[in-house]
Unconditional design. Structure first.
Length: 171
């Protein structure tokens, strides 16, 4: 319990809801921010944008579908949810976030502004914070998570893996 008598669990839920709301605001801002004019919107820019957005949405959708009944926007995993480590989750631990980052890069190319770039960087920071929170909770609920995190990168294959335990440390 906190000093106000409110369970920490409720505070965690409020923090999680705040992260989800901020995520939605940042994604909407990437889409709605006005064109900045760093470069003209020519066919090459539209092709690069299209490829990045489509690739990102395919990756994110694969992650969404792979989670099945374990899917939640909150960084707090559902009670009794299985640990998903196959499909896109066998390539990176956070394919939904990875896909949204890639799609966001496409929107930065299209938007061509400092605002788009700053919003995209804020989104990446938010996903990093949210992923670390999720991973702490998953590690607490699923003893096999640590071994999985040692094999699979966080957002990019092979990058952001957890370190192997040293001599005398628990596996």
């Amino acid at each position: 319990m906190t000093t106000s008598g409110t369970p920490r669990y409720d505070a965690s839920r409020a923090g999680a809801a705040s992260l989800v709301a901020l995520q939605l605001v940042l994604l909407a801002a990437l889409i709605l921010e006005p064109y900045g004019g760093w470069w003209p919107r020519n066919p090459a820019v539209l092709i690069v944008t299209g490829v990045l957005v489509l690739a990102g949405l395919i990756i994110a959708s694969g992650g969404l579908l792979s989670l099945g009944s374990s899917l939640t926007a909150s960084p707090i995993p559902k009670d009794h949810a299985a640990l998903v480590i196959r499909g896109p989750f066998g390539v990176v631990r956070n394919p939904i976030y990875s896909g949204l980052m890639i799609a966001g890069a496409g929107l930065v190319v299209l938007g061509a502004s400092w605002w788009h770039l700053a919003t995209w960087i804020a989104l990446i920071v938010l996903f990093a914070v949210k992923a670390r929170w999720e991973e702490r909770m998953l590690a607490a609920r699923h003893p096999e998570f640590a071994a999985y995190a040692q094999r699979v990168g966080r957002f990019i294959p092979g990058i952001g893996r957890w370190p192997e335990p040293g001599p005398g440390e628990q596996k």
